[in-house]
Design a protein around this ligand. Structure first.
Ligand SMILES: [Zn+2]
Length: 205
């Protein structure tokens, strides 16, 4: 059965937000429609949900700026502006996003010593968010993915979903990257790994 995974459509990832993805807001109305598509037997959302002292924030490392690269918990970490701080307006879903169809919302990025881009695991693959088990328990074997940002949380979620042996489809017009130039390469790699890439028009009429 098919499920829809809606990744990190939160105020801070929209234009004007702390870590705004260019045109991130443009995907919302289509994502809302997709959630009601008959093919999807389950809709699940994710929410980046950091404590204020999270290690991915440049502000928590003296002398560092956003986009600097450091080592965090033994892994290479890009530093970001403070974003999606637990309970802040930035961490909230935008009011334009319909969340009524989401049966569960998986929060991630809560451990300060490691970042979690993927909906399935932290970046070191040390902790499982439980999403794989949840999807299996609901007989989902094919995951359609939409959301933000295409080159980070969506990209990492797709890679993990493939590794967990789900069939994976990216709905390309329902994601936007932070870095548009690099995203072509990301898409090419994801395709090579077995991701099906479609447009929302293939599903919606
Ligand atoms: Zn984050």
């Amino acid at each position: 059965m098919k499920g829809l995974l809606v990744v990190d459509i939160q105020n801070d990832f929209l234009p004007g937000g702390a870590l705004g993805v260019p045109d991130g807001d443009k995907i919302i109305s289509t994502v809302n429609k997709l959630q009601y598509h008959n093919e999807f037997k389950l809709v699940v959302g994710t929410q980046d949900w950091h404590p204020p002292d999270h290690g991915s924030f440049a502000s928590n490392h003296e002398g560092k700026n956003p986009l600097d690269i450091i080592e965090l918990g033994g892994l290479e970490q890009i530093l970001w502006p403070d974003h999606c701080v637990q309970g802040s307006i930035g961490s909230d879903f935008p009011k334009e996003l319909d969340i009524n169809k989401m049966e569960a919302i998986f929060r991630k990025g809560m451990e300060k010593e490691i970042d979690t881009y993927s909906a399935f695991f932290d970046n070191g693959h040390k902790k499982d968010t439980g999403l794989t088990g949840y999807l299996r328990a609901r007989n989902i074997d094919h995951v359609y993915i939409v959301g933000l940002a295409g080159d980070f949380c969506v990209n990492f979620s797709i890679r993990d979903a493939l590794e967990q042996n789900f069939k994976v489809t990216l709905i390309e017009d329902c994601t936007r990257p932070i870095n548009t130039d690099e995203f072509e390469n990301v898409l090419k790699e994801l395709k090579e790994k077995g991701t099906e890439i479609i447009s929302s028009g293939d599903l919606l009429t």
